[in-house]
Write a new protein. Structure first.
Lengths: 108, 119
């Protein structure tokens, strides 16, 4: 089973600043890594797949990078609507499912 | 527009049963694999079940194996989750999600339905 570890658990950033979220896999997942955004009371929404490809309609300020075991989600200039919980998800080797535990992005 | 709408959640006693439904529209349901993912209160995402387009392959996480059954009706554009012998730890929001066409990331999610297991 592949374990996904996200860091930090909580990240406090001011609007307009850059946020960098990390996700590490316990073994290689190639580029088969997705990121989801979840706002309070809402369903998750796909942001990034293939480690770096934005899903349709996702603003360019969201970018993903990495391969193998180390991945990063960067939000270049935080908007108020970006404060949410972010989950990574590897789909290279499943079942079982492998989601990270989430990073909560807070307003500083 | 792709839409997934779950229903069937509610309050049930331990040991009881519920059947969740997910109505799909805006895409060719019969050509997509589907998933159920749940989220316990204040917790992260947990993938619990999967079904392929022909219902020939299913998957269950160990914690629900033998108690939950996933199914689909392609003629009705619907996905189901029959949940039996419910436990307190099954309390969660249950989401249906569409599998992407080529890989198994989840490209569309429903709004979720709440299941509370309590006496």
């Amino acid at each position: 089973e592949i374990v996904m570890t996200q860091s930090p658990a909580t990240l406090s950033v001011s609007p307009g600043e850059r946020a960098t979220l990390s996700c590490r896999a316990s073994q290689t997942v190639s580029s088969n890594l997705a990121w989801y955004q979840q706002k309070p009371g809402q369903a998750p929404r796909l942001l990034i797949y293939g480690a770096s490809t934005r899903a349709p309609g996702i603003p360019a300020r969201f970018s993903g990078s990495g391969s193998g075991t180390e991945f990063t989600l960067t939000i270049s200039s935080l908007q108020s609507e970006d404060f949410a919980v972010y989950y990574c998800h590897q789909y290279n080797n499943w079942p079982p499912y492998s989601f990270g535990q989430g990073t909560k992005l807070d307003i500083k | 527009e792709v839409q997934l709408v779950e229903s069937g959640g509610g309050l049930v006693q331990p040991g009881g049963s519920l059947r969740l439904s997910c109505a799909a529209s805006g895409f060719s349901f019969s050509t997509y694999n589907m998933h159920w993912v749940r989220q316990a209160p204040g917790k992260g995402l947990e993938g619990i079940s999967y079904i392929n387009i022909r219902s020939s392959t299913t998957y269950y996480v160990d914690s629900v194996k033998g108690r939950f059954t996933i199914s689909r009706d392609n003629a009705k554009n619907s996905l189901y989750l029959q949940m039996n012998n419910l436990r307190a730890e099954d309390t969660a929001v249950y989401y249906c999600a569409r599998d992407s066409a080529r890989y198994s990331y989840l490209d569309y999610w429903g709004q979720g339905t709440v299941v509370i297991v309590s006496s």
